[in-house]
Design a protein around this ligand. Structure first.
Ligand SMILES: *Cc1c(COP(=O)(O)O)cnc(C)c1O
Length: 241
């Protein structure tokens, strides 16, 4: 496919996603500007990120540092906010803080310490969302990362007190197992309740990141402020992404 065709395809897909978000907002009695679209560009090349930027996308997300770091380096001239949404090992923190404006997958104290140290070292402020595991029960950790609901308050205090970090809110991925399996809207409503609790102690931490290509309507209905959409914009990924 040549570049013009690819850009037309991305524009058409974006228009469809935009229409879905707008319809979901209307159905929920919410204003369209209450929901921010984050396009998940994982596995797709920097050229696609550049086209998305030309098509007025302002938020992009990546989940693997190896893939994201070179891509972000090719796109430093673009007016984009970069979100990191993947499970993050502390040995990747130095690289990720080099380009990520927000890390949505903060789920343990060791990671908070490492992010804070690096943010201070390079003089950046990194926005942090706590990734909530709704398949973990009240304690423990989720299969794909995430802090259990019972661990949110303590981790939130830690982030809020950490130099170089800003506590921005909560994120989740609809669980494939456990009581919320197949019940995306219930899962996202639970996340909203947890966000309400969080905002009692941290009023500015008002981001609620939920919903992907398959379930963005349920996320908007539940009250999400950010949806993370990959395949509906860029196409179905080959292999694991
Ligand atoms: C890949 C990914 C998405 C986007 O998923 P799609 O189904 O492609 O829209 C959203 N959030 C996270 C954390 C992801 O890893």
């Amino acid at each position: 496919m040549d570049m013009t065709d690819r850009k037309d395809q991305l524009a058409a897909n974006l228009a469809k996603v935009e229409a879905r978000i707008a319809a979901a907002c209307a159905a929920a009695g919410r204003r369209r500007d209450e929901v921010t679209l984050i396009v998940v560009t994982k596995t797709y090349p920097a050229g696609d990120v550049r086209m998305l930027s030309e098509l007025d996308v302002r938020h992009v997300a990546e989940n693997r540092d190896q893939d994201a770091a070179p891509k972000a380096a090719e796109c430093t001239d673009l007016p984009l906010t970069w979100h990191f949404v993947g499970q993050l090992q502390t040995n990747k923190v130095r690289s990720v803080v080099g380009y990520a404006d927000l890390v949505q997958s903060v789920d343990r104290s060791k990671l908070v310490t490492a992010l804070s140290k690096e943010a201070v070292r390079v003089g950046r402020e990194v926005g942090c969302l706590l990734q909530v595991a709704l398949d973990a029960g009240e304690s423990g950790r989720g299969e794909r990362g995430g802090v259990a609901p019972g661990g949110i308050a303590e981790l939130a205090d830690l982030v809020a007190d950490a130099p170089g970090l800003r506590l921005d809110g909560l994120m989740t991925v609809a669980p494939l197992t456990g009581e919320y399996a197949g019940r995306q809207q219930a899962a996202f409503e639970r996340l909203m309740d947890l966000s309400t609790d969080l905002r009692r102690a941290h009023p500015a931490a008002n981001m609620v990141s939920a919903g992907m290509s398959a379930d963005l309507e349920q996320a908007v209905a539940a009250g999400a402020t950010h949806v993370r959409v990959g395949s509906a914009v860029l196409g179905v990924r080959a292999g694991l992404g």
